[in-house]
Design a protein around this ligand. Sequence first.
Ligand code: HPA
Length: 235
Amino acid sequence: MKTALILGTGWNSLINQVTVLKRESYQKLFQVESTVPGHSGELIHARLNKKDLIIMSGRLHLYEGYTPDQVTQPIRYLKKLGVENLIITNAVGGLNPKLRVGDFVILKDIFTLLAPTPLVGPKFMDVSQVFNLQLIKAAKIQADKLKLRSSLGVYAYCHGPQFETPADKRALIAMGADVVGMSNVPETIMANYLGMKVLGLAFVTNLAFVKHSHQEVLAQSQKAGANMAKLLTAI
Ligand code: HPA
């Protein structure tokens, strides 16, 4: 069972703990550059605890000007490499008032209504459970064992690159979102379409209604690097 990981903003420290077998740049593979600080733009073939792992270090975002088709090109490539399990990680803003900076949120659902889909044509796919229940359960058990604060939650996509206004955030909360980010959804849709089992893990770098910046997002997620690596390894 081949597993791949997409490392979102600040989730990169796992790379220091794997044996790197091969690195390939997104530039070479997909003819695109990752333009975001904290996203290196490399596909890494690695081994961790005697298991093969493919790591996407950094991802492409719609706010960088890429199309939904370009953003999900790596997912189609992973499928060609035989990947069956995909772990998607993100930095997010916390909307649910129970969340604190530093919490892990194991995604149980996403809003697709705000994100452009990468699917074209009559691909009427069922999306009643986009995240795999077995993987959700495994992630929760491992987070609890490691004594990390974690909960299950719903991810809302906002296009960005500007963060959300207070009015945006109130609307997202009213619609039932727990966390908000600028990625994940096109990738999750494509991975489901390709029949992969998907796990979504989010790390809360800032809270709604508190001013924040990308530097703060990076700083908070870098502080938690060791815990992120532990959680991913355990899962
Ligand atoms: N909004 C959107 N994306 C984010 C945020 C946020 O508050 N924090 C980290 N990524």
